[in-house]
Design a binder for this molecule. Sequence first.
Ligand SMILES: Nc1ncnc2c1ncn2[C@@H]1O[C@H](COP(=O)(O)OP(=O)(O)OP(=O)(O)O)[C@@H](O)[C@H]1O
Ligand SMILES: [Mg+2]
Length: 339
Amino acid sequence: MGLFSLTQELAIDLGTANTLIIHNNKVVVDEPSIVALDAHTGKVVAIGEQARQMHGRTHQNIRTIRPLKDGVIADFTATELMLRGMIKKVKTTHQLFTPSLKMVICIPSGSTNVEIRAVRDSAEHAGGREVYMIYEPMAAALGSGLDVEAPEGHMVIDIGGGTTEIACISLGGIVCSESINVAGDVFTEDIRSYMRQTHNIRVGERTAEDIKIAIGAALPELDEEPEDYVITGPNIVTALPTTITLSYSEIAYALEKSLIKIDAAIMKVLESIPPELYSDIYKKGVYLAGGGALIKGLAKRLSDKCNIPFIVADDPLRAVARGTGIALKNIGRFSFLMR
Ligand SMILES: Nc1ncnc2c1ncn2[C@@H]1O[C@H](COP(=O)(O)OP(=O)(O)OP(=O)(O)O)[C@@H](O)[C@H]1O
Ligand SMILES: [Mg+2]
């Protein structure tokens, strides 16, 4: 960058659960998509990890908000405040001037025009001068190291916090796709209701998420078994503390009804893939990205069900951000980027 070039280039993965920013090929922001606001003035108290620490622990003067729900913006003002705060965390090389921002930001493949506009407006209000958008499965494929422009079929599944997106890609375009609102947040909720119904114990969102990350499984029997997980919480009836030891098989049971919905959506995409592309995918496998790809035994469950190899992408939580970063470097070349 020359002395007078005041453009800062950012790739942003604005996710329901996490927001990542890539600048100069490095992940410079990786924080939960949460903002804490002063309930009276509406001023930002904290964003990201700091706000997450407060989530579920606030009093009447502080409100924590997760501004995205099911992959889309649910609270426009909070999204903008959060995005501004996250962009501020990126250190600028220019102390004197506010650089003009060029950014690539990803959007769910099922987005409506209104939802796409909401993301663009948020990005522009947060300082974006030149804003490009990329569909999330395309970013996930790029970030998984796939040559999306080649005349061959690729299939990716991105299981995030709010949405699961399944897409078949060839020649730089999405051939067919499905997007469902069953992903990490629903898994967490499944665990909470299982704990209520089966163990008569109340657990908060954070604890349920911790359980999911530690022992969340897609199969009742795994080759590598995680250790049991012990939690303490209030009994629903007596409010007295209750301690429960949980096994991963129980969690696999709790997640089953949601996993079945994901299986079904995958089958739907597999059914609509043109035969030539299908055989490419059969040979190369299906790539899993997003935090949900880390559910233990998920790749094996799907491989067994579909008789196609399923491969978890490297560092799946960052695959979409990596892909968005690759798109940023190829703005002039990739025709699938939208202005
Ligand atoms: N090891 C793990 N096992 C299971 N789930 C995990 C693990 N690590 C993270 N997750 C879950 O992954 C989800 C976050 O994934 P990711 O960051 O890909 O979502 P996102 O991009 O913010 O959401 P979306 O793409 O739907 O907008 C959360 O629900 C989180 O609980
Ligand atoms: Mg995502």
